[in-house]
Design a protein around this ligand. Structure first.
Ligand code: ADP
Length: 351
């Protein structure tokens, strides 16, 4: 066959990735053994068929049609039944337009391991949360009692008790962020049921952090248009968490006497929330990485601890809403974290 040289065919025969070549009418002209395996067909049985006939699945055919029209298309789908293989399918039109190539990669095992990992983290953090919350409450009580006892308790001991309280607070926070991340990553769809007024939500979230900001000597400023902003559709509690997280970080990385400005504005077709600080900033090489889980720019410069999970949760939540999140920052001058969510009408009806 003219499609592949003998050498390339030998290579394709041994690959675990399925390879299919379609002609300009989207009929299968070449398919390697792995492609036959995924389709559940005997060797050679895919040749001369349409993708619909080959896979009995309209999604692969639609993907190939899209690539045939636009040049490229990708998707991940589970074949046949819910427990069939999960495949990442990539379709590319050849430069001369006469062929479209498909690759099919089995990611079932990867997805299974990801599920096990996130169930493990979910169970573990769930089990840790109750005893830790109890310890944290006990530590709080101890602090109150030791303060009330005054000189009866040596200063060094009071100091240690308050350190125990602060550290257990961090542990509780860490476990609850781990739990959030595991839930979000488990792939259970986020319910986007609320009509969310981001201007109101931002003001409410900022109010909850005022005391924390005051203690750090940082002033919080909220700027929203007088006429308000259009609603977005989403999970209000989760979006509130995202805003709190960005503001919390902005305060944490600001100098004493710094300002943090929270802006909410309409930039059709989106509503954009941004949180600007004039703190330590983020070096260029780390700007993409801060959204990865557990990533911290420099462990030594964090005051008040932190898990490195906050921004990764924020990115999951924003992307789960069909939005984008990004940062613009200059080291030594400050950072602006922003996210954009589509205005409610443009999302269409929720499924
Ligand atoms: P955490 O704050 O718990 O460490 P995040 O995921 O929220 O975790 O942030 C990851 C890292 O990104 C932080 O440790 C810090 O290094 C950097 N970062 C986040 N926000 C800012 C900010 N406003 N200014 C400077 N660095 C920041």
């Amino acid at each position: 066959m003219a499609d592949l040289s003998d050498d390339l065919r030998l290579l394709a025969d041994g690959l675990a990735v399925g390879i299919i070549r379609l002609d300009h009418e989207l009929i299968v002209r070449y398919a390697n053994p792995a492609a036959h395996l995924f389709a559940g067909r005997q060797p050679g049985m895919l040749i001369g068929r349409s993708l619909m006939e080959a896979f009995i699945d309209h999604r692969i055919e639609e993907l190939a049609e899209l690539a045939h029209r636009s040049g490229a298309a990708n998707s991940e789908l589970t074949l046949r039944s819910a427990d069939g293989p999960s495949l990442v399918v990539r379709a590319r039109r050849a430069a001369d337009g006469r062929a479209t190539w498909l690759t099919l990669e089995d990611v079932s095992e990867l997805r299974r391991l990801q599920r096990i990992r996130s169930e493990f983290v979910d169970n573990l953090s769930h089990e840790l949360r109750t005893p830790l919350t109890n310890v944290s409450l006990l530590a709080e009580t101890l602090v109150r009692e030791s303060e009330a006892a005054g000189e009866q308790i040596p200063a060094r001991m009071r100091d240690r008790i308050s350190k125990i309280e602060v550290e257990t607070g961090h542990l509780v926070q860490m476990v609850s962020e781990l739990l959030d991340l595991a839930r979000i990553e488990s792939g259970r769809p986020m319910l986007l049921l609320d009509q969310v007024d981001l201007a109101r939500l931002a003001a409410a979230s900022v109010d909850r952090l005022r005391l924390f900001a005051e203690r750090q000597g940082v002033q919080l400023v909220v700027e929203v248009p007088g006429a308000g902003v259009p609603a977005v559709r989403g999970a209000e509690e989760r979006l509130g968490q995202v805003i709190m997280n960005l503001v919390h970080n902005a305060v944490k990385f600001s100098p004493d006497g710094g300002d943090v400005t929270i802006r909410v504005e309409e930039r059709a077709p989106d509503v954009v929330v941004s949180v600007e600080d004039n703190g330590i900033g983020i070096p260029r090489r780390s700007q993409d990485r801060v959204f990865e889980r557990f990533y911290k720019v420099d462990r030594a410069r964090v005051r008040g601890g932190g898990t490195g999970l906050g921004l990764s949760i924020a990115r999951h939540v924003v992307q789960g809403h069909g939005g984008r999140i990004w940062v613009v920052s200059e080291e030594g001058h400050g950072s602006t974290f922003s996210f954009a969510l589509p205005i409610a009408d443009q999302l269409g009806t929720p499924e």
